[in-house]
Design a protein around this ligand. Sequence first.
Ligand code: ASP
Length: 589
Amino acid sequence: MLKTHSCGELRAEHCTQSVTLAGWVNRRREHGGLIFLDIRDRWGVVQVVADASSAPEVHQIAGSIRGEYVVQVMGTVQRRLPEAVNPEMPTGEIEVLASDLIVLNPAKTPPFEIFSEHEPNEETRMKWRYLDLRRSRLQRNMKLRHDVILYMRNFLNERGFIEIETPILFKSTPEGARDYLVPSRVHPGKFYALPQSPQQLKQLLMVAGYERYFQIARCFRDEDQRGDRQPEFTQLDIEMSFVERNDILNLVEDLLIGMVETVSDKQLVARPFPRLSYAEAMDRFGTDRPDLRFGLELTDISNLVAGSEFRVFSATVASGGRVKALVAPGCADYSRSQIAELEEIAKEAGAKGLATLGILGNGEIKSPIAKFLAGDLLETIQQQAQAGEGDLILMVADHPAVVNEALSALRTELGSRLGLANPSILAFCWIVDFPLFMWNEEEARWDPSHHMFTAPKPEHIALLDTDPSSAQCQQYDLVCNGFEVAGGSIRIHERAIQEKIFELIGLDIDDARVRFGHMLEAFEYGAPPHGGIAPGVDRLVMLLAGESNIREVIAFPKSQRAADLMAGAPSEVDPAQLSELHIRIDLEK
Ligand code: ASP
């Protein structure tokens, strides 16, 4: 090794010891005949002193050194003078007096300062990702990610799970996104699909008798990017045989509670994690991903306003829509422009408008619609929504889905505006009792709410023939602070039911047999009842790290436009490669 110690480990008890260090120059300061170099490695930063009077050659070399040079330092650990002690630094009591200094490799001036907390812009960070990764924030995040994955592996190993790798070159295993395709050279005109998850493979491992499987699995989905999405991401993929729903929920809950306590200082608000039905979550929070760090629940006031003179309300209810309210505490005196901002959020979520009612006190009401709310309606709305003096009531009238989406977006906004979304808290909750299908308006057919391998509730199987819209499934999602952090289900393990689901989601049965014949056939060779789940590693680490984008916890993420700006991927390829694959590029001009 070119070093005897790491930079970060040196303390007062190392005083008088001779050490050899190696790392990067964080910064250099000159002070009379002394040059101070902060040397950094993965474990921390330590101050090195080059003294012109005791070691003139070393001092001279130190004078030529710039930030990010890679150096090796030989020297002796000594106590700093009392006035030079830096309590902010773990190594702040000591310094290393250099007796020799070797430049292992000089460095060009980097495009941004590595040690500074100042955030370079996104594009610069992505282009120079290997320099960005030197910054302490990302070093911390990468270590946390390692701790999380190690905890998962150890925990599951102790519970009798084994990790099995599944192929990346496979056939489409759909999770509702577009596939990434890989052309085959050996089979001209044919393609592999990168798995959107190992879903089919882990189910086949259950048929194969492995009973307890897990994998730190890479998944690939070609879909629009957001802060919590990347084209490739990592899941803790789990599958178990002979289980019921609660076995899986309890397992994951134990895993996460232990993990949070071991690797982070975040607080868990409730354990066991609360369980909400899908219907209850939509009703109370307008979303199946509620942030439970704060209340701000929605109130349905449709019945109250059905007969009101405010046409927007009464006509909406008459035509089967709903009117719901959300109370913004202490916001009664919001200015016109503040209210316009909230209205914009509601509109982005599809609402046509936002009705507001400010309760100023002394019976005074600030509301453009007050004049239409006759009699004691104003008061009943306040009572029902549990709004008091100083509060602002926000109301949306529309199709139930639009109302929920708009008010849930406003709820999230208020949570952060009003400082209710405490960053040191993790509020996990389970969402259960999902509908089996969601209606796909665009394509006029049923979409599976989770995926097509999810089992209906046994007592709802008969509904598949009579009323699929009211059938519920054995899906469960885990939500934390407004993010979906895991999804799973008890699976179908019988061919007839699987074929029925294919039919209901509009898959031609012959087509389904071509695409999923291996699954259907496997179900006829002794498939055990089974179920599983897949917590998203990136999202969990993001929440534990207190970051708001999963890019911050992935070493080499893609940009917003799914590109790697450092290496320049995707890129054009050699024409010879294309011709080997029998592919011709036909770009529209
Ligand atoms: N394959 C599912 C997903 O990626 C998870 C599961 O059902 O286990 O969301």
